[in-house]
Design a protein around this ligand. Structure first.
Ligand code: SF4
Length: 175
């Protein structure tokens, strides 16, 4: 089931009404739960949760420590392209901004990757705007393949997809 299909099952007005009806007892139940359900999540977002911010922060901190330890992952982004069909107000890549549009070629991507590698980065995030017609899955996969030997992990942040892309990564990849 796609995200769109899931989200369409919810009536936004009903969800807001449910959130606003949550009580302090609902928030306390959510804070005590090991495994949270949708109602717990709504309780933590509700106005009633405002009096429990410190408890929520402590619990979030404990979970973060349990899952990740005291680590900080430093990564650097490589923008493969500034092509985008969207118009997010906060973003310089917005289609409404009259800027020159570029998509790096594989040699340029490798050149940028080597600069970051020489500066000590071992974790990379590849990004694109939302222009799948111009920056397709195969291109992103080829970019990741090209720079793979330089990094311990490669993460990818791309446009929404309707279905799973073909498995192009090799076993052992972290990204
Ligand atoms: S690049 Fe991302 S954030 Fe920027 S306009 Fe496109 S979709 Fe929005």
């Amino acid at each position: 089931m796609s995200f769109k299909e899931v989200i369409e099952k919810y009536d936004p007005q009903l969800v807001i009404a449910e959130i606003e009806a949550m009580t302090a007892a609902d928030v306390q139940r959510a804070l005590a739960a090991e495994q949270l359900d949708n109602r717990d999540f709504m309780a933590l977002l509700s106005p009633a949760a405002e009096d429990f911010l410190e408890e929520m922060a402590q619990k979030a901190h404990a979970i973060t420590l349990r899952r990740f330890g005291r680590t900080i992952l430093l990564y650097a982004p490589i923008y493969l392209s500034n092509e985008c069909h969207n118009s997010c107000l906060y973003c310089g890549f917005s289609v409404n901004n009259p800027i020159p549009r570029r998509t790096l070629n594989l040699d340029e991507i490798e050149r940028d990757a080597r600069i970051l590698h020489d500066q000590g980065f071992r974790h990379i995030l590849l990004l694109t705007g939302e222009a799948p017609g111009k920056v397709g899955n195969d291109f992103i996969a080829a970019a990741a393949e090209r720079i793979r030997p330089l990094f311990s992990s490669i993460s990818i942040e791309v446009y929404p997809m309707e279905k799973a892309i073909k498995r192009w990564w090799r076993p052992g990849w972290m990204g």
